[in-house]
Design a protein. Structure first.
Length: 130
């Protein structure tokens, strides 16, 4: 994978790439949006705790498909308020390496249940044979 951050446009605001090139023939995994809920149904009250659970769920999904977080090429994250932006980005940076994936972070009105404050969907790619 190759990050695409042209010098002719403003650099990324955080740890993400404006674009990421994936070689033809790569295997892809598309992860549905993951919410911050533990296997026992517990939901942490803070964005950091919920984001950690989201990334752990994505990590488990990727592992089931023979991939890892290092194979992420795209993240779409949604938080329910501006006050959750920094906490989400702090946790994202704990889980996402280099090259950083292409990424979108949006503030939304809310989720299906009011206790959720973050949802993360992901796409991963891996070159065949790796």
């Amino acid at each position: 994978m190759r990050g695409l951050n042209p010098k002719t446009i403003h650099p990324p605001f955080a740890n993400y790439a404006h674009g990421l090139e994936v070689e033809a023939g790569a295997r892809l995994i598309f992860c549905s949006g993951q919410l911050g809920v533990a296997p026992d149904g517990a939901i942490p009250p803070d964005v950091e705790g919920q984001a950690r659970l989201c990334f752990r769920a994505i990590e488990a999904i990727l592992a089931e498909g023979g991939m890892a977080l290092s194979d992420l090429v795209r993240l779409n994250a949604y938080v329910s308020g501006r006050e959750h932006l920094q906490g989400y980005m702090r946790i994202r940076d704990e889980f996402v390496g280099t090259p950083a994936p292409a990424s979108t972070l949006m503030i939304v009105q809310g989720f299906a249940r009011p206790e959720f404050v973050v949802e993360i969907e992901a796409v991963a790619a891996r070159k065949p044979g790796v």
